[in-house]
Design a protein around this ligand. Structure first.
Ligand code: SF4
Length: 476
């Protein structure tokens, strides 16, 4: 749907765009009113705002613009009123109830925590968020479960830090991928990348010592860390050993089953990696082929069995609900297989069709929103039947059915790194191309970020500059 927006200020225009995105997932903003299908104009005069729509929908309504004590609060209230007015109008016109109501943020639980910090009980905080944003009872209940689990986890302290190493390589590119990940190809970039990474790891180790930081959780993601050879993986983990051995939790994503070998898993074992992720996404080979995964279900099965026989007892599996051509019945078959494997944690993603990925070309074969919602709900039932609880959740734009991604885990098997990252509760020192370090301070009220460059060649050349950026976070 092509949308044209006229509003006084980028932030108000963004509210309009975000709300329209709830109802029209494949939205595109156009600069030309003549080329648009829906035109939205918002202007303010005196104490009143006027919202006008034409095209797909014609409407005109006033929005109250209350003056308060300060310009920041004023602006926030105006945005919220405009957002809710536009949301209600589209909801009424289209006759649909979005599962997350008017919520457009990535981390819905943040709102619950805000209410808790105002002194509300959890029940009351959930009730308020549900009412204020028109969130369905099912999603309110999900937030309640997540926050309950999170509050019982070991809480981070300000002198701790998480550690992240990114390996932005994959054997081939999945069609739905929107991450920065280069294909391994002939592998000529791998060793220079590993050398740069080792240099950055040494700098971070020095920083951790100098600032007296305590490593908490280590996470190696990507890309696919196991796209490195066993020797290269060994070199990286060897360099990180002083950090690793101080962490209370260590994770390496062995995401693509075709990259899981006995040699690589032996390296992970040797370095005491406790948690790995082997990601089926689906058990259906035809779907795997469509989405460009370049592995079969048989390979996933073998990778999982190999990891189990080698003693890995914290295995996560990622699934995607809403893949092209898939039905709830097919998703149920995938879940039945997951149940038989009984991993310690499970992450159910909802397919996200970003323009930066190749998937928007499969638009016509994507399951409808109601079918995706059914799959997501089956994912929850499956996790509960395995004794897991939801422990983190996040949302993205352009998600099928406007749903969410949820991480489930058996009690005591939650990944602290995931929670810290999603809730922005702890600093992270991120190494590798595209990694974003952050320092969380001031009773979690201030977050400073220092990104590494994304392009691999640039990262290799400028790795010392990246280390300096990170150190700068602790100079403030
Ligand atoms: S394995 Fe992950 S990072 Fe690699 S191409 Fe597929 S989706 Fe992207």
């Amino acid at each position: 749907m092509r949308l044209w927006i006229e509003a006084p200020g980028e932030d108000l225009g963004k509210e309009i765009y975000d709300v329209a995105g709830i109802f029209y997932p494949q939205i595109e903003v156009t600069a030309s009113p003549a080329e648009s299908e829906l035109r939205v104009r918002y202007r303010e005069t005196g104490g009143e705002g006027l919202l006008e729509l034409d095209g797909l929908l014609s409407a005109r309504l006033t929005v109250s613009v209350t003056q308060t004590d300060g310009p920041i609060l004023d602006r926030r209230l105006r945005k919220r009123r405009l957002k809710m007015a536009f949301y209600r109008l589209l909801k009424e016109h289209l006759g649909v109830q979005p599962p997350w109501g008017a919520l457009t943020g990535i981390r819905p639980t943040r709102l619950v925590y805000e209410k808790l910090s105002e002194g509300l009980t959890l029940d009351l905080a959930l009730l308020r968020v549900g009412e204020e944003y028109d969130v369905t009872p099912r999603k309110v209940s999900l937030m309640g479960r997540v926050v309950t689990v999170q509050r019982n986890l070991a809480q981070p302290s300000e002198d701790e830090t998480d550690l992240y190493i990114g390996i932005p390589f994959c054997e081939s590119r999945c069609r739905y991928c929107s991450f920065i990940s280069a294909q391994v190809g002939k592998g000529t970039l791998l060793q220079p990348y590993v050398e740069a990474l080792k240099r950055e790891i040494r700098a971070v180790t020095g920083l951790v010592t100098e600032k007296g930081l305590k490593p908490r959780a280590f996470y190696m993601g990507g890309g696919t860390p196991t796209a490195l050879s066993a020797e290269q993986l060994d070199q990286v983990l060897e360099a990180a050993e002083p950090l690793l051995c101080a962490c209370r939790e260590t994770t390496v994503e062995a995401g693509r089953p075709d990259s899981v070998t006995r040699e690589r898993l032996s390296v992970l074992k040797k370095h005491g990696i406790g948690r790995i992720s082997i990601n089926p996404q689906t058990i259906h080979d035809a779907t795997l082929e469509t989405i460009g995964r370049r592995h079969t279900h048989q390979q996933t099965q073998e990778a999982y069995e190999l990891a189990r026989t080698m003693g890995f007892d914290r295995i996560n599996m990622d699934l995607i609900a809403g893949l092209p051509g898939e039905t709830p019945a097919m998703f149920a078959q995938t879940l039945d297989w997951v149940k038989a494997c009984a991993p310690e944690s499970l992450t159910v993603h909802t397919l996200c069709v970003k323009r930066s990925s190749d998937m928007h070309r499969w638009q016509d074969s994507l399951p409808v929103a109601a079918a995706v919602e059914e799959m997501v709900s089956m994912g929850l039932d499956c996790a509960l039947s395995l004794g897991m609880n939801p422990y983190y959740l996040y949302r993205q734009k352009h998600m099928a059915g406007n749903l969410e991604n949820v991480g489930y885990a058996m009690p005591g098997r939650e990944c602290l790194y995931n929670v810290d990252t999603m809730e922005d509760t702890l600093s992270v020192l991120a190494m590798g191309a595209g990694g974003i370090s952050k320092r969380v301070t001031g009773n979690r009220e201030m977050v400073y970020r220092a990104p590494n460059v994304k392009e691999i060649g640039q990262y290799i050349q400028r790795v010392d500059e990246m280390s300096g950026r990170k150190a700068g976070l602790w100079d403030t």
